[in-house]
Design a protein around this ligand. Structure first.
Ligand SMILES: Cc1ncc(C[n+]2csc(CCOP(=O)(O)OP(=O)(O)O)c2C)c(N)n1
Ligand SMILES: [Mg+2]
Length: 393
């Protein structure tokens, strides 16, 4: 998605700083599709399948787009944190910084005809599916220009025209829905798949196993993606799961454990999973990832884990820093060029926030629209259920 957003200045990165870069200079990096192979950080662990190769094909164009997309996501989430603290965002708000590689790697392996459905940590998935920063910030601030017209807020982002089905606040509830989307894909023989994202906390719910069972029986193109950030609110995975090896928890369903901080490992795993699911049915991908923020804005995130743990992950496994090192190692851009790109991203975010603030609140007449099925009427009662407060047609 980011390439389409690159401004003309960043499209023409100055590449005349190294021999390889000089050779590449005739082609701007953002359109350079020279094949490059990179290795995943660690091998995949596979359950009931042969995992994919660690060698991943990429291009300078993709490397730069991964860097830029993740930098944009990181900045967007940090800006959301500030807006929340300034009380411009209200209600629930769950941030995704740290987990960005899952969003960009997955998108790089699939098309917009493939579906994605997730829980409440949904801002970055929406962006990667082609949503705009304005739609994000306006929705977060409850403004009309938001992707759900300012009526959904942080947990209810959707983009049906590019296969993004939300944005769900009830833990685990999106899993049977995702399997239903895969059922529709198989029924209409359209050769696409559905990626259903859920957390390590959700991974222990009964509905997941029920949905997986029927999906396996029907050989649906359902890919279950457990984003294992190692905590469900303040509960560490080992306190909630007898076996935290989530990629094996499908028992009869194959699974892969993936370094979810490595966008290329994610891309390789998602490509593999798509091919597998179209031929054989469900597969589980466990993405080993980490959230830097607390669970939600009401959680400082430091009472159930140490500051050393958080800073250790930042230093050793950060998904953006990994890509930065690859770009610098391959001499595709200079440190300054990457810093400039980050500055540009920051400006883009600030501009979107300013625009979102200009957008009005939803009209009061919208209070009951998109809530109840049209034409059935609705009555709303007071808390004591005696006094009828509103009766709509
Ligand atoms: C059915 C249900 N139970 C409890 C909650 C409260 N709740 C919200 S998020 C959450 C933890 C989920 O953790 P995990 O699945 O690991 O996802 P993460 O937040 O780490 O992305 C809980 C218990 C809820 N929203 N829905
Ligand atoms: Mg979790």
């Amino acid at each position: 998605m980011a390439l389409s957003r690159l401004s003309s200045s960043s499209r023409r990165l100055d590449l005349l700083t190294s021999p390889l870069a000089a050779a590449l200079a005739r082609r701007p990096i953002s359109t350079d599709t020279t094949p490059i192979t990179v290795e995943t950080s660690v091998p995949f662990s596979a359950h009931k399948c042969e995992g994919p190769s660690r060698s991943v094909e990429t291009t300078p164009q993709e490397l730069i787009s991964f860097f830029r997309d993740m930098a944009l996501m990181r900045r967007m989430e940090i800006a959301a944190d500030s807006l929340y603290k300034a009380k411009l965002i209200r209600g629930f708000c769950h941030l995704y910084d740290g987990q960005e590689a899952v969003a960009v790697g997955m998108e790089a392996a699939i098309t917009k005809k493939d579906c994605i459905i997730t829980a409440y940590r949904d801002h970055c998935i929406f962006l990667e599916r082609g949503g705009t920063l304005l739609e994000v910030f306006a929705e977060l601030m409850g403004r009309r220009a938001g992707c759900s017209k300012g009526k959904g807020g942080s947990m209810h982002f959707y983009k049906k025209d590019s296969g993004f089905y939300g944005g769900h606040g009830i833990v685990g509830a999106q899993v049977p829905l995702g399997c239903g989307l895969a059922f529709a894909q198989k029924y209409s023989k359209d050769e696409n798949v559905t990626f259903t994202l859920y957390g390590d906390g959700a991974a222990n719910q009964g509905q997941l196993f029920e949905a997986l069972n029927i999906s396996c029986l029907l050989e649906l193109p359902a890919i279950l993606v457990c984003e294992n950030n190692h905590y469900g609110m303040g509960t560490a995975e080992w306190r909630a799961a007898k076996s935290p090896a989530y990629y094996k928890r499908g028992d009869y369903a194959p699974g892969l454990k993936v370094d979810g901080m490595d966008a290329f490992a994610v891309k390789q795993a998602c490509k593999f999973a798509k091919e597998h699911a179209l031929k054989n049915g469900p597969i589980i991908l466990e993405m080993d990832t980490y959230r830097y923020h607390g669970h939600s804005m009401s959680d400082p995130g430091s009472t159930y884990r140490t500051r050393d743990e958080i800073s250790g992950v930042r230093q050793e496994r950060d998904p953006i820093e990994r890509i930065r090192k690859l770009i610098l190692g391959l001499d595709l851009a200079t440190e300054k060029e990457l810093k400039d790109m980050e500055k540009e991203v920051r400006k883009e975010v600030d501009e979107a926030i300013a625009q979102a603030k200009e957008s009005p609140n939803p009209d009061p007449s919208e209070l009951f629209t998109n809530v109840y099925a049209k034409g059935y009427g609705v009555e709303a009662f007071g808390a004591d259920r005696k006094e009828v407060r509103a009766a709509l047609p």
